[in-house]
Ligand binder design. Structure first.
Ligand SMILES: NC(=O)C1=CN([C@@H]2O[C@H](COP(=O)(O)OP(=O)(O)OC[C@H]3O[C@@H](n4cnc5c(N)ncnc54)[C@H](OP(=O)(O)O)[C@@H]3O)[C@@H](O)[C@H]2O)C=CC1
Ligand SMILES: N[C@@H](CC=O)C(=O)O
Ligand code: NA
Length: 913
């Protein structure tokens, strides 16, 4: 490492404070300036620098060919062992921002099991800015550069004191102090001149890297490992290009690397990022993202196994996570995809960083130093991708560019006239504007292109002037500027070979009601670009991102009726949602929950842990129209289901409209299927004609597979003869437990408390609930019956039929206990039990609901708890009916039935089975 301690004793800085007499540049003195370079470099002091601000006057460094000079220090050359024994790491400024972080970096380097490691390190965070600030201050003849320099010294000193001890510390501090002394002298020169050349600035600024590399290598050595420190200005040779960039000279750099390695061979090398030399050994930098570039060039020079860029994000995201909360970290990207994404402002490597490693197929891994468990993003050749075909994997990411304007040059005189495009873009070039996108339809009547908004006025003026004649002659009809535009680009290597990508992209935009102003697709097809209104850009980004990234079985849920069943379902979902997402790619988002008075809406999904409190504390006034609109109009989620967990027929009356709008419906509410026949038939006809689904398994037998069993029999061609059973969980419980001295009202109370009854238990005791189930099954079997066609034997005492509330009914029921006790005793006297039974007589096209007596051996007499038992007698199951039996009421089993209908919907929508 070139530090001031290596200066020859004769070294001195010229006294720049006195004004030179001769304004003409002269070669005053040549002397070694070795603290800038390991190779002796000769400083050419000029005389005219104080006269003006001609930057050439401060081009103080010239050199003899350093390679020649190095030869003087003849050492036996050891060529760098190249190939996949080397792993390159790059740590940015934030990674080495504090002493703890530098120690953390050292630990990561030590733990890397690669045989050889080269670590490129940036300056500690903020140091490069501090160094440039010193230069600006000195140039502005602001004395505070001295205290600013001391602050830089202090920062590194304190960091070193934290990290190093004894000799290591003293050595570092001594070098640091000498460097700072020299920098102060140099800044003094800048102060006097009032100007610093680029190479002067680069030289000063590069010290941040020198110090952090020195610190890191000393910390690695502390762990007992050999570690060399490389001043990359001794190795990396770059040529400046016209566009404020540099091109590495790989041949010369390789030669210098071998020489450097001859003297510094080590299996761990810490190298300075960002800085390099010109072929003339003038210090320079690699410009923007320079340290990443250093790492990539080193990767190529060493032909390394891998280059890891350590940063503070988990990797490259599929879209800007600040705009799209659903954005995911991409596992792999091709080199081309990475540079397409970076062009569009994604937080990826600068394209030039990718070029050096791409040549040797060296993968670049982007990893988060603050989250070592995240695997990061690997940028590699496409052949290394898994073989995952399909539309979704065709598009990797989406990016946007804001603040653009479209320019549309239109006119019939353009078609078939060679040179029009050249004239247009020549005029644009003349005003120095950057064309971001071009689109021309093959009719050639218009050319449209996007430029940064701030450049559009100049562009329009230049075009108007260039085409004045054509405009007045009518050959061009207009040069129109469309301001406030943004670009949205979809990027993906496989877009070229996957049909349907554009269609999917455009249909997602159409569904989100986004108007597209212009479209461009390069022949490489690595990106499809659309121009949209700026205010639509984030919405457009989210719409397309979710279309490609959300699973096709992402479903927006609107829950109506968060009572016993609705609430239990939400609790079950809370427990199961993550598993469903991970194992089956089913993503269920509750975007709204509404009761009859208040509702809770959410864009991304209600928090299933706290929804009860939120609904109570922050719920807004219930509004069914707004609720449905909210749940369904989310353009980012492809499917909507309304889950009606009320017992309300007015809610059920909306199903037809919801299905018509493409909203799926799942419900345990019996009202729609047992309501007026005409409405029922209309609903079922619509359901059969559309691809929208309507599931209602929990309406009969709660979670028991009654509806699906019946549908299975019918769909496979079986003929139903009769369905007979105990369909009421409440009545089953009551008659299973109404024994001995127990009062009827007491058992009813228990059934209600157990959650078996309807919101109003009179619906159960009256037999209406059973009659509804009979109607549901009858209609499913093809019978055209109304509820009123079913004779019902009610157990509700006449006197209590019309009491105002369910609570009052429950309070008064005990007065009539004797009536039921009498019925029971009569049955018991003949060795029988009471059971409330429903029958669908398909042959005779009728249904009945009644209290019957059964012998104690009869299967209906064997039930317990809230058991339902349903016997299907069919053509195939004629002698022995098909029997389904089990708990037919209760919160958990019913909510489970609703949940499984939602999963059935997901599987119809394409979830894996
Ligand atoms: N319990 C069981 O074992 C079974 C029940 N079912 C069915 O499940 C459904 C729900 O039963 P359950 O949970 O016990 O009933 P609950 O009384 O516990 O819950 C009903 C819910 O519906 C809400 N609600 C009522 N009317 C409206 C309306 N117009 N708009 C919005 N929300 C409304 C209520 O909200 P609010 O309080 O704000 O009015 C309440 O949250 C019923 O249809 C029932 O037949 C089906 C099979 C078995
Ligand atoms: N109240 C009903 C609930 C299920 O539909 C019953 O008791 O069966
Ligand atoms: Na069921």
């Amino acid at each position: 490492m070139a530090f001031a301690s290596s200066l020859p004793p004769s070294y001195s800085l010229p006294n720049l404070s006195s004004k030179p007499k001769n304004p003409i540049t002269t070669l005053n003195k040549i002397y070694p300036f070795s603290f800038l370079h390991r190779a002796p470099i000769f400083r050419v002091s000029c005389s005219s620098q104080l006269q003006g601000r001609d930057s050439s006057n401060f081009n103080l460094f010239a050199s003899v060919n350093s390679a020649d000079v190095l030869l003087e220090e003849a050492v036996e050359e050891v060529r760098v062992p190249k190939g996949d024994t080397w792993s390159i790491h790059k740590f940015g400024g934030t990674c080495v921002g504090t002493s703890e972080r530098i120690q953390n970096v050292a630990n990561i380097v030590v733990k890397d099991e690669s045989q050889r490691k080269l670590v490129v390190v940036s300056a500690m965070s903020k140091v490069t800015d501090m160094m440039y600030d010193l230069i600006h201050k000195a140039q502005a003849r602001d004395d505070s550069y001295v205290t600013a320099m001391d602050a830089v010294l202090e920062k590194h000193k304190l960091t070193a004191i934290d990290l190093l001890k004894g000799d290591d510390l003293n050595k570092f501090l001594e070098r640091l102090q000498q460097d700072v002394n020299n920098l102060k002298a140099m800044l003094r020169a800048i102060y006097i001149a009032g100007h610093a050349t680029e190479s002067f600035s680069d030289f000063v600024a590069g010290h941040g890297e020198l110090w952090s590399a020195e610190l890191l290598s000393a910390v690695i050595r502390k762990s007992g490992l050999k570690c060399a420190c490389m001043d990359t200005r001794d190795v990396l040779v770059v040529n400046p290009t016209s566009s404020d960039q540099v091109d590495p000279d790989y041949v010369e750099s390789g030669r210098r690397l071998d020489k450097w390695y001859s003297k510094n061979s080590s299996d761990i090398i810490v190298a300075t990022g960002f800085i390099a030399s010109t072929p003339e050994n003038i210090p320079t930098t690699l410009k923007r993202d320079g340290s990443d570039f250093s790492a990539a060039i080193m990767g190529a020079l060493f032909k390394a196994r891998q280059v890891t860029i350590w940063t503070d994000v988990d990797g490259v995201y599929s879209a800007d996570p600040r705009k799209v909360s659903e954005a995911v970290v991409l596992n792999k990207l091709s080199y081309q995809e990475a540079w397409e994404m970076s062009y569009f402002g994604a937080n990826v490597l600068h394209p030039r960083t990718i070029i050096p490693v791409m040549k040797y197929d060296i993968p670049i891994v982007i990893r988060n130093i603050f989250n070592l468990s995240a695997p990061g993003t690997t940028i590699c050749r496409p052949a290394d991708f898994e073989n995952d075909d399909g539309l979704e994997s065709a598009v990797k990411g989406f990016a946007t560019i804001d603040n653009l304007a479209l320019v549309n040059v239109e006119g019939t005189g353009m078609a078939g006239v060679p040179g029009t495009a050249s004239a247009i873009f020549g005029a644009v070039k003349d005003v120095g504007a950057n064309v971001i996108m071009i689109s021309q339809a093959s009719s050639e009547h218009s050319v449209c292109f996007a430029v940064p908004e701030k450049e559009v006025r100049a562009v329009a003026a230049a075009l108007e002037s260039r085409f004045r004649e054509a405009l007045s002659a009518g050959r061009l009809s207009q040069i129109a500027v469309i301001p406030n535009c943004s670009i949205l680009a979809a990027v993906g290597q496989k877009m070229a070979s996957t049909p349907g990508v554009s269609a999917t992209l455009f249909s997602a935009l159409a569904k989100a009601n986004i108007n597209i102003r212009a479209i461009a697709q390069g022949c490489s097809e690595f990106n499809v670009t659309v121009v949209v209104k700026r205010e639509d850009c984030v919405k457009a980004l989210r719409a397309v991102h979710s279309r490609f990234y959300l699973s096709r079985t992402t479903i927006a849920l609107g829950i109506i009726g968060p009572g016993l069943i609705g609430g239990t379902f939400l609790d079950q979902l809370k427990e199961q949602a993550a598993v469903l997402k991970e194992k089956s790619n089913i993503d269920l988002r509750v975007l709204g929950v509404t009761g009859s008075k208040t509702m809770l809406l959410s864009d991304m999904g209600v928090d299933l842990l706290t929804w009860r409190d939120q609904l109570e504390e922050n719920g807004e006034k219930a509004d069914m129209q707004k609720f449905v609109q909210h749940v369904h109009s989310n353009h980012f989620i492809p499917n909507t289901v309304i889950v009606d967990c009320t017992a309300d027929s007015s809610i059920a009356s909306h199903y037809h409209e919801w299905l018509r709008r493409g909203i799926h419906v799942v419900t345990p509410n019996k009202k729609a299927n047992s309501g007026p026949l005409e409405q029922y038939l209309k609903l079922r006809t619509l359901q059969r004609q559309s691809y929208t689904h309507y599931f209602y398994e929990a309406t009969v037998g709660a979670g028991l597979p009654i509806i699906s069993t019946l549908q299975g029999l019918l769909e496979t061609g079986d003929k139903i003869i009769q369905i007979e059973g105990i369909f009421s969980g409440t009545l089953s419980y009551i008659f299973n437990n109404f024994e001995g001295a127990r009062a009827f009202s007491e058992v009813v109370k228990e059934a209600k408390e157990a959650g078996y009854t309807e919101p109003d238990p009179r619906d159960d005791l009256s037999g209406t609930d059973v009659a509804r189930k009979v109607i549901i099954l009858a209609r499913e079997s093809g019978l055209k019956l109304e509820l009123s066609d079913i004779p019902i034997q009610s157990l509700v005492p006449d006197q209590l039929k019309d009491v105002a509330s369910a609570a009052e009914f429950m309070e008064q029921l005990h007065k009539y206990d004797q009536d039921l006790a009498k019925l029971r005793q009569e049955a018991e006297a003949t060795g029988e039990v009471l059971r409330y039974v429903g029958v669908v007589d398909v042959v005779n096209q009728k249904g009945t609901v009644e209290l019957r007596r059964y012998k104690k051996e009869h299967p209906f007499a064997q039930l317990s708890g809230s058991d339902n038992i349903i016997a299907f007698s069919t053509q195939r199951y004629e002698k022995q009916p098909l029997i389904v039996r089990g708990p037919g009421a209760g919160a958990e089993v019913t909510a489970g039935g609703v949940f499984s209908d939602i999963l059935r919907l997901a599987s119809y929508l394409g979830a894996p089975s």
